[in-house]
Design a protein around this ligand. Structure first.
Ligand code: GLY
Length: 371
């Protein structure tokens, strides 16, 4: 299968996403050519550290790179001011300078926090993303969005800071709990739905094999997702337009995540999957697409054993009006209007700023009655 290289062409900030098996063991060989002196600092979380850190350190040391590492507690609550300042201060204590390299080794929480620490430390040091979850490989490690959560909401403080390299080792996906893998798959499906109908066809055919552990299917799905993300980021790095399509399903998702307290009741990728199903249903009700489109979305998510409906979220949810109010606090609100990503069919998403809130309330109320 070999290693695939997806370039992200952003002028002076260009970099490659390398995708394949065994990349952690090759990390020293991959990273050494980027270094101005042989020094790197890894920040990871305790779960990833227990499973994979020793291998990464050996791979770097084998190339003569001097490495230090810090493991933060796992989980979304790490992505706040406390662990952020701990990470920045630790990097300063390690005397990491602008000619050195920081390595973000973990899922989306680690990637976002370490990317932001790298963005502000000494006014910006270079960093490499080594994403260890499917969600981080196909979405958060690529494109340079970094940041942390505050009491006011998720990702409200951050910076655009592109990595110097992304290494997506397909083998680490084998160590993920099945629920986390499927949650990441929610973001994979999103790419087919937003812009590539043929990829969605492929996912309908090979998604079950991917979930069952087929490495070739995982490799292809990561590669195609990254190609799509790279293309969008190249055309719209700072989300002035097209990049917003990557938020398909996310307006619904963010409201549901807030309503469930960002807890184990609903993982982010699960919320994205439910949100995509709702966005297609909403598009059909607005007369934008045929009933076949939402039916196919739902059928595929069901076939994958994923959450599809509001009824699949355990525990109580607020009323429909309250959920719509939570959407109003989303940072994707522009001039007080709700922004949705809608679709004219599978693979044909677009940004809509003028969706009648009543229709959204009615759709959610119906979903809540189905519980
Ligand atoms: N995760 C959405 C974006 O990178 O724009």
């Amino acid at each position: 299968m070999g290693i695939d290289v997806v370039p992200v062409a952003l002028g002076a900030r260009s970099y490659e996403v390398r995708i394949g098996s065994g990349l952690i063991d090759r990390a020293g060989v991959e990273i050494a050519p980027l270094l101005r002196r042989k020094k790197a600092a890894i920040i990871t979380d305790e779960t990833v550290a227990a499973a994979h850190l020793a291998r990464l350190v050996s791979a770097l040391e084998a190339e003569g790179i001097v490495v230090s590492s810090l493991a933060l507690p796992p989980g979304e609550s790490t992505k706040g001011w406390a662990q952020f300042s701990r990470a920045v201060e630790w990097l300063l204590e390690q005397k990491i300078e602008r000619r050195d390299m920081v390595i973000a080794f973990g899922g989306g929480v680690v990637g976002d926090l370490v990317g932001f620490a790298s963005a502000v430390m000494r006014r910006g040091v270079r960093f490499v993303q080594i994403p260890t979850t499917l969600l981080a490989q196909v979405d958060s490690s690529v494109g340079g969005k970094t940041g942390i959560n505050t009491a006011q909401g998720k990702n409200l403080v951050g910076a655009f800071h592109q990595p110097s390299l992304v290494l997506a080792d397909i083998d680490v996906l084998a160590t993920l709990p099945p629920r986390d893998l499927l949650a990441g798959y929610g973001e994979v499906v999103k790419y087919g739905l937003l812009g590539d109908a043929a990829f969605f066809d492929w996912l309908e055919a090979y998604g079950p094999a991917l979930a069952a552990g087929d490495t070739a299917a995982r490799h292809h799905a990561v590669k195609r997702s990254v190609e799509m993300k790279a293309g969008i980021v190249e055309r719209d790095e700072t989300e002035e337009g097209e990049r917003a399509l990557l938020n398909l399903g996310h307006t619904f998702c963010h409201a549901l995540e807030k309503a469930t307290g960002y807890s184990e009741r609903l993982l982010h990728g699960e919320g994205v999957a439910i949100g995509c199903a709702l966005a297609f249903e909403l598009s059909q009700r607005l007369g934008l697409c045929s009933q076949e489109a939402p039916s196919r979305v739902r059928a595929h998510l069901r076939a994958m054993g994923m959450k599809v409906d509001l009824a699949d979220i355990p525990g109580d949810l607020p009323e429909a009006e309250a959920l719509v109010a939570l959407m109003g606090q989303d940072k994707k609100v522009v001039d007080g209007r709700l922004r949705f990503i809608l679709a004219r069919g599978i693979g044909e998403a677009f940004v809509a700023d003028d969706v009648p809130p009543d229709l959204v309330t009615a759709l959610l109320a119906e979903g809540l009655r189905g519980r």
